[in-house]
Design a protein around this ligand. Structure first.
Ligand code: DAU
Length: 338
């Protein structure tokens, strides 16, 4: 079986690429190599006979059509993913996360034998007050330009499914963490800052809750989904959540405990505008199909923190983009003002 994976040099995409290769798939990885890509993420499969890398953009219609033509499956992990960056440059998100998805839909529409699986997010629902959980048919209420771009992409998927009778699977996932995640994200950022003995910038009161899933558990969920891909026209939404919802402040404290650093490094700073308080997915449908995460958060966090302690510095050296510059733009004034 042949898969086209987009965004395969990013965090989740690279774990998926490696998982599919291990499962016997032939994989083409289409990646634009933005700041979020790191060639080290796919280094272990780079010379594999069933792996091919193509540098390119999911908005390039001709390229995407050519690559989709040879694939049984297109898996879309190419996206601008960071909420804070979407507040700085929303247009970039509309281009990749919405236009890019339309380009993929167009390509797959012309290939009736090709299935499309698109990665979405729990953020399309906005904040979910406790003790609620968002089911697959919950209404969209995105808060950030990032979340709105993902919701818009889902609406385009829906329109294509309705109009052209396409079957598209949409994965809505909670916060994924693990090795190879970009330093801009909460757990890697706080881990590297704690290791360096630098202030860890906690937004607002730190009582916002996120639902955390270890990346290998996500890949296992995807494996199950791929074994049972529905062919009936329509949008087939799958919720993938761990059920482990933890306040940010607690996550920061756990990181300090794991690294034996003082909790005083946790530094409250000005909140993220439009910051959702809580995400919570109802994943009971997927669980009824036989999936459950294998790692508890405490275990996965310890493994992740240990990975960054050992590899973080060297791995960050091979990443694209200028993280120091971004850090200054995002946190300079916040940390100076505290
Ligand atoms: O929920 C799924 C989503 O999770 C994905 O769709 C997004 O692509 C992914 O970026 C992630 O979004 P979040 O905004 O939840 O992740 P982030 O790591 O940016 O932040 C996690 C929480 O930590 C959030 O409540 C904001 C807070 N935070 C984050 C950073 C970077 C801080 O308090 N300080 C920080 O410096």
């Amino acid at each position: 079986m042949r898969a086209l994976v987009t965004g395969g040099c990013g965090f989740i995409g690279s774990h998926v690429v490696r998982g599919l290769i291990a499962d016997g798939w032939e994989v083409t990885n289409l990646d634009r190599m933005t700041y979020a890509a790191n060639p080290a993420n796919v280094a272990e499969v780079a010379d594999h006979p069933r792996y091919r890398f193509v540098e390119g953009d999911i908005c390039d219609g001709q390229l995407v059509r050519e690559l989709a033509a040879g694939a049984d499956l297109v898996l879309n992990f190419a996206a601008e993913t960071h909420v804070d960056r979407s507040l700085l440059e929303p247009g970039v998100f509309v281009r990749t996360d919405v236009e890019g998805v339309v380009t993929l839909l167009e390509a797959v529409r012309e290939q009736p034998g090709t299935a499309l699986v698109h990665m979405s997010t729990d953020e399309v629902f906005g904040s979910i007050p406790a003790p609620g959980e968002a089911a697959e048919d919950a209404p969209f209420a995105p808060s950030s330009p990032y979340a709105a771009s993902k919701a818009a992409a889902e609406l385009m998927v829906r329109a294509y499914a309705e109009t052209y009778g396409m079957a598209v699977t949409v994965l809505r996932c909670c916060n994924v963490y693990g090795p190879n995640q970009h330093l801009e994200k909460f757990i890697p950022l706080f881990t590297m800052r704690a290791l360096a003995g630098e202030p860890m910038p906690l937004y607002g009161d730190g009582l916002q809750e996120r639902e955390w899933l270890f990346v290998e558990d996500f890949v296992d969920a995807l494996r199950l989904v791929l074994r049972e891909l529905p062919a009936a026209p329509g949008v087939h939404a799958v919720h993938i959540g761990s059920g482990e919802r933890v306040a940010n402040r607690r996550v920061a404290e756990l990181i300090c405990e794991l690294l034996e650093r003082p909790a005083e490094l946790i530094t409250p700073v000005a909140d993220r505008p439009g910051h959702d308080r809580r995400y919570a997915l109802d994943s009971s449908r997927l669980r009824a199909r036989g999936w459950a995460p294998r790692r508890r958060f405490a275990e996965g966090l310890a493994e992740t923190v240990a990975w960054y302690r050992e590899h973080g510095e060297a791995w960050a050296q091979t990443a694209n983009g200028d993280f120091a510059r971004y850090f200054e733009r995002q946190y300079g004034a916040r940390l100076a003002r505290r």
